[in-house]
Ligand binder design. Structure first.
Ligand code: FPP
Length: 263
């Protein structure tokens, strides 16, 4: 968190962990349109408590529930969370299986509430390579919430930024080969229109808890001008107050997109 922010809060005698106070500080007209989160730190959080890593993932689902609810209440248009990367298959089979089971459990447990609150569930990544039970849960959630007009909640599953770009190149190359487009027509806009996130704004804010400063193959194209917010809190401890601090910090930054400061 930026020092200026902390100083201001401490001087005003306010509590930076109080969501109600934080909510009053936010400019609700300038909220991020898209927040992306790398939900990191579950394993370490559990191991520090002498528990198996999977326990951390389970607790991580609780944080996710609160963050989805808060984003929806704030009327943030899009939230994308990194739930399983193309590299996570390298983990021990029991951890991979537990993550897949958690996903299925999460969908069926949360779907009524999410649907009632008008959340639209989507998934990005190579979904067709997930186990059948996951694919079924994802299609069910997608279809059931497709007409909802609240938060667009994107689950990045078997997602990798590089494999997304490979898929984009393949799709565009096929269109060129089929004579649908010429190579001269390939530009940034066309590329964006072939991403898994086509039609969605690029993230304004990327949140990575748990102390590491890495993108970890997440949304490589989309994060070009995203504001990065970092915290040492492990994902299972990540709270509504942490999210609001990140948004507050984001609102106090100057975004130049490679240009100069506006007067
Ligand atoms: C990274 O922490 C987290 C993951 C690889 C999985 C995130 C999954 C969840 C929060 C729960 C399941 C999701 C859904 C949608 C039900 P890590 O294990 O790499 O932590 P570490 O860096 O401490 O080892």
């Amino acid at each position: 968190m930026i020092k200026k922010f902390l100083d201001r809060w401490l001087k005003a005698g306010k509590d930076k962990n109080n969501p109600d106070q934080l909510l009053k500080e936010l400019d609700h007209e300038r909220l991020p349109h898209h927040i992306a989160i790398i939900m990191d730190g579950n394993g370490r959080w559990a191991q520090r408590r002498g528990m198996p890593r999977v326990y951390g993932h389970r607790e991580g689902v609780e944080s996710l529930r609160e963050i989805v609810k808060t984003c929806n209440e704030l009327k943030i248009p899009v939230l994308t969370v990194y739930a399983f990367s193309t590299e996570n298959w390298k983990r021990p089979k029991d951890e991979v299986d537990a993550l897949m089971n958690l996903l299925v459990e999460y969908v069926y447990k949360e779907i009524d509430d999410l649907d009632q609150n008008k959340v639209q569930i989507r998934a990005i990544g190579r979904i067709h390579k997930l186990p059948e039970a996951c694919r079924r849960a994802v299609s069910y959630a997608r279809e059931r919430t497709a007409d909802n007009d609240g938060l667009i909640f994107n689950l990045a599953l078997n997602y990798g930024g590089r494999s997304e770009l490979v898929d984009v190149v393949r799709a565009i190359a096929k269109k060129v080969a089929d004579g649908e487009i010429t190579t001269e027509e390939i530009d940034e806009q066309l590329l964006s229109a072939h991403l898994y996130t086509a039609g969605l704004p690029d993230p304004d804010l990327l949140i990575r808890p748990s102390g590491d400063f890495r993108i970890s193959n997440f949304l490589l194209w989309q994060l070009a001008y995203t504001e990065f917010w970092h915290s040492n809190v492990m994902w299972p401890d990540f709270s509504k107050a942490d999210l609001l601090q990140a948004i507050y910090d984001y609102q106090n930054r100057e975004r130049r997109f490679g240009g100069l400061k506006t007067k």
